[in-house]
Design a protein around this ligand. Structure first.
Ligand SMILES: NC(=O)CC[C@H](N)C(=O)O
Length: 371
């Protein structure tokens, strides 16, 4: 057994949990977000949508299969810190190239283990989303940490996507020859798997900075636009609302995932709202209203499109609903080849029930190419 330093987790309201230090010794703060996935911690920690969040993994045993570089969703750990119950020092997977401890150290990340994550999640589930701070520094007093927490901004109203959007456009392609489709992906903090799912369907993908102009995007002559996931509050991203409105007005097919879905909604005048608790996990049930079928989905969001504003807009069809709380899980624009979902069909990690959405997008690109 490795002897670890003490660490503390202090919530915005002063509630304190004591545990052990994992990763780097230090201090980190952010919004508490819990993920209920039984697997996929590496994909979660490297998903840029978790920027600025302290991720609580409710699965009680984390680190046991180590990390494997090919399975990261971006080039580094993106969440502000991690909170787990039992942290495994042993990586029992033969293809693993780093233990989770070394993975955290490589990216200078602070975490805490030996936390009663069930008690913590039950607490924030009743109180609502809130900020917290982790410290494994020996001389940080609880009072100092509570004081410091006051300077940590609330997730509501926070623009974060520009911090993780690519600075330069680049191409992702799996074929050596010419791909049949060209997709312009507007990068709000995209998970790598989105481009991979498109590459697997004969699409070359060019990933563009989120502040690209419509002309820059059209110069690529795309057959479709992919709007990615990303961190932060979609409501404050007004220049992206405008750009996406212009994109939709070109009539080229559009597919939005999570943040991309929220920005499509906002571009059409719909409202988004902060949820009491987000949806983060691998088994969220969604109803597809068109087929009447249920899908088990991978989710990670803390904001949602307002159902009232979607129902009030005659150009919007609600295509999917979350079966736990009836929140809007997917929309389409009537008479347009534009649709989006609040969840993650690239599902890395997660079930593959929703992969058909990438096929639907390809069908829309065929329809558009033939028109
Ligand atoms: N995964 C995402 O794209 C998340 C979108 C947004 N940041 C939210 O929390 O709702």
């Amino acid at each position: 057994m490795i002897e670890r330093a003490n660490a503390v987790l202090v919530l915005e309201d002063g509630t304190t949990f004591h545990g052990k230090a994992i990763g780097k010794i230090g201090k980190t703060a952010g919004e508490l977000a819990f993920n209920t996935g039984m697997t996929g911690y590496q994909e979660v920690f490297t998903d840029p949508s978790y920027l600025g969040q302290l991720v609580i993994m409710t699965s009680p045993h984390i680190g046991n299969y180590g990390t494997t570089s090919a399975e990261s969703e971006s080039d580094k750990i993106q969440c502000a810190g991690i909170i787990v119950k039992k942290f495994s020092d042993v990586a029992s997977r033969d293809i693993s190239d780093l233990s989770l401890q070394d993975f955290l150290i490589k990216d200078n990340k602070v975490g805490i283990s030996d936390i009663d994550t069930r008690a913590l999640v039950r607490y924030i589930r009743s109180k609502g989303a809130m900020n917290a701070i982790i410290s494994s520094n020996e001389d940080d007093s609880i009072e100092d940490l509570v004081e410091e927490l006051k300077n940590v901004p609330s997730m509501e109203g926070l623009e974060l996507a520009s911090k993780v959007s690519t600075k330069e456009a680049y191409i992702s392609s799996s074929s050596t020859g010419k791909s049949h489709y060209k997709v312009a992906l507007l990068d709000f903090g995209s998970k790598k798997s989105i481009a991979t799912c498109l590459n697997d369907r004969d699409c070359e993908v060019k990933i563009f900075p989120m502040n690209s102009s419509l002309d820059e995007l059209l110069a690529y002559e795309p057959d479709g636009f992919m709007l990615s996931n990303g961190p932060g509050d979609p409501a404050v991203m007004t220049s992206s609302h405008q750009l996406v409105k212009e994109i939709i007005d070109t009539d080229i097919p559009v597919f939005g995932i999570c943040m991309g879905h929220q920005i499509i909604a906002a571009s059409q005048g719909l409202e988004t709202e902060k949820m009491h608790q987000g949806h983060r996990g691998l088994n969220h049930p969604v109803l597809n209203h068109k087929t009447g079928k249920g899908e088990i989905t991978s989710q990670n969001h803390g904001f949602v499109v307002s159902r009232v504003s979607a129902e009030d807009n005659e150009n919007i069809e609600i295509t999917h609903s979350h079966l736990n709380d009836n929140t809007v899980a997917g929309i389409a624009l009537k008479n347009k080849l534009v649709f989006s979902v609040q969840y993650h069909p690239e599902s890395s990690a997660g079930p593959h029930d929703s992969r058909y959405l990438f096929d639907d997008f390809v069908t829309n690109m065929d329809t558009f190419k033939q028109s």
